[in-house]
Design a protein around this ligand. Structure first.
Ligand SMILES: Cc1cc2nc3c(=O)[nH]c(=O)nc-3n(C[C@H](O)[C@H](O)[C@H](O)COP(=O)(O)OP(=O)(O)OC[C@H]3O[C@@H](n4cnc5c(N)ncnc54)[C@H](O)[C@@H]3O)c2cc1C
Length: 493
């Protein structure tokens, strides 16, 4: 089906520009192309109420750079040895400085985050003073910036089909032009014609375990705190029509979080949060019952520096957070105050204040002794006891020579003891089809696939290091570029 001649196809629906995926990238693309006079159809895989992707549950910050030269230097430095072509750097740097102007143009109120320079991920890199993190309105988080984008879409005559995943691009077998997309709606297959272009804005592969195993370094499996609907569909659709891929091994993660079968996405654990101090003892061990990191480390979106090179935090799975009763009884183990994340914003899961509901569900394992706790979670009892003895001695001397941890140096001493299994978790992947400076998806030889564009985290520009708020910033910047160029395509006869 991927390659057909237009004459063979029965079209069920039609638009000038078909946008596949409704998060920030889809919204920015659709609004831009609409305002240039194009008829837009957005296909969204999630049911109504679950649209918005990672954007909806993000912390709501977007990047606006203040100086294009400095911004170009900063992005170049972020790429390190994983270089990105200069023309892409230049376009990113020029367009990222226009995000505030665009947000204001759709009725937004750009407000700078109140905690610089902490918001700058790599302050020592050249050009870092051009980095400014913004959000819309008077509060950060709680889907607030997303609601601005969604309202701007709703104010326009932009049609959205929910529960309608794009499945396969329809390509002219002779000219290689993208003619439209085969999608599903209510389980039925529909052919949607794009008179000008298709734009893929359907996010990354956070929920595709096979792609995670194939592409992400160091993790046998991983989950997300974002949308459960991003399953790498855009990567597959683009590959079938000949796209090159880039940045497949780069992602915003891992962190360590709780994933349970009853929920599709992860819960962040409060004791692991780098900025929270709680009473009681806590460590994390790997399958050998040994510690492997500073559990309170503030990573750079999952990356840690080792021997002068940044790489993902080590996550030997399965990992267990071991705590004592002092910490267990100090309050909820889940970060209930968070203003982001799927379980918080969309599912609105109410974690019990005393952790009793989660203990009863088996998400937390309890035992009277460390030996029985170890046996219950399949760790070696002698090794776990040895690890805890060592930790307790270190915390008594206020010094962790193993991993230089400086926060919550408290012994694990009061029974009963508890274990929470942790999994690698991420915010989002950065890899996908390679795009050029016009937001066109390109083949391995660099030639654009005619009438096919992308924006957002699907094939993001970030190749190595990532600056927080850079993803939504890129959604807006490349969304506008994709929207302009898609709307500017000549209409197919
Ligand atoms: C907890 C959390 C906090 C974050 N905080 C920030 C932040 O403050 N700032 C920042 O810049 N970044 C942040 N990020 C990352 C950022 O949210 C994402 O990278 C960004 O929102 C991606 O936008 P997008 O439009 O590319 O994709 P998404 O917003 O994920 O939207 C993709 C959409 O495509 C849909 N879709 C998937 N497959 C198909 C298909 N086959 N057909 C049709 N539709 C499909 C999905 O349902 C989804 O609605 C955060 C992420 C998380 C999880």
């Amino acid at each position: 089906m991927a390659q057909q001649h237009p004459i063979d196809i029965n079209w069920d629906m039609q638009a000038d520009v078909v946008v596949i995926g409704y998060g920030a990238a889809g919204a920015a693309t659709a609004i831009t192309a609409h305002d240039l006079g194009a008829k837009i159809l957005i296909l969204e895989k999630a049911p109504e109420g679950e649209e918005g992707g990672n954007t909806r549950v993000a912390a709501q910050g977007y990047l606006n750079t203040s100086d294009a030269e400095k911004a170009a230097a900063y992005l170049t430095a972020l790429c390190g040895p994983f270089t990105v072509p200069d023309d892409m750097i230049r376009v990113w740097a020029d367009e990222m400085g226009k995000n505030n102007e665009w947000v204001a143009s759709i009725g937004g109120d750009p407000q700078e985050h109140q905690h610089p320079p902490a918001g700058v991920e790599y302050p020592d890199l050249p050009g870092s003073d051009s980095v400014h993190k913004f959000h819309h309105g008077d509060r950060l988080g709680y889907a607030h910036t997303w609601c601005l984008f969604a309202n701007a879409v709703a104010e326009r005559s932009i049609e959205i089909l929910y529960d309608a995943p794009g499945v396969e691009l329809i390509q002219d077998g002779v000219t290689r032009e993208i003619l439209g997309v085969r999608a599903e709606q209510n389980g039925e297959s529909i052919n949607v014609e794009a008179k000008r272009a298709v734009v893929l804005t359907c996010g990354g592969f956070e929920n595709n375990q096979e792609m995670i195993r194939n592409y992400l370094p160091g993790v046998p499996y991983a989950y997300t705190s974002g949308t459960p609907h991003n399953t790498g569909d855009g990567v597959r659709m683009a590959q079938v029509v000949g796209a090159d891929l880039w940045h497949m091994n780069n992602y915003a993660g891992p962190s360590m979080a709780l994933k349970v079968p009853e929920h599709r996405t992860t819960f962040g654990m409060l004791p692991l949060h780098f900025s929270r101090e709680q009473p009681g003892g806590m460590i994390v061990v790997g399958p050998d019952a040994r510690r492997f990191t500073d559990e309170k480390l503030h990573t750079a979106h999952g990356k840690v520096e080792l021997n002068g090179r940044w790489g993902p935090l080590r996550t030997p799975c399965p990992m267990y957070m071991i705590i004592d009763h002092t910490l267990f009884s100090a309050g909820p183990l889940y970060d209930k105050e968070s203003s982001s994340g799927w379980n918080r914003i969309v599912e609105q899961y109410e974690w019990s204040d005393d952790n009793s509901a989660e203990l009863a569900k088996g998400w937390i394992t309890k035992a009277d002794t460390l030996g029985t706790l170890a046996t219950a979670v399949d760790l070696d009892p002698a090794a776990l006891t040895d690890t805890i003895d060592r930790w307790n001695a270190q915390s008594a001397s206020n010094h962790d020579p193993d991993f230089n941890r400086t926060l919550m140096l408290a012994p694990i001493e009061f029974a009963p003891f508890y274990a929470v299994e942790l999994s690698p978790s991420m915010l989002n992947t950065q890899g996908g089809p390679r795009r050029n400076e016009r937001a066109q998806i390109v083949r391995p030889d660099g030639a654009p696939i005619p009438r096919l564009y992308s924006s957002g985290e699907l094939g993001s520009i970030y190749s190595y290091l990532y600056q927080g708020t850079g993803n939504i910033g890129e959604c807006l910047a490349f969304g506008r570029i994709a929207g302009r160029n898609a709307a500017g395509e000549r209409e197919r006869g």
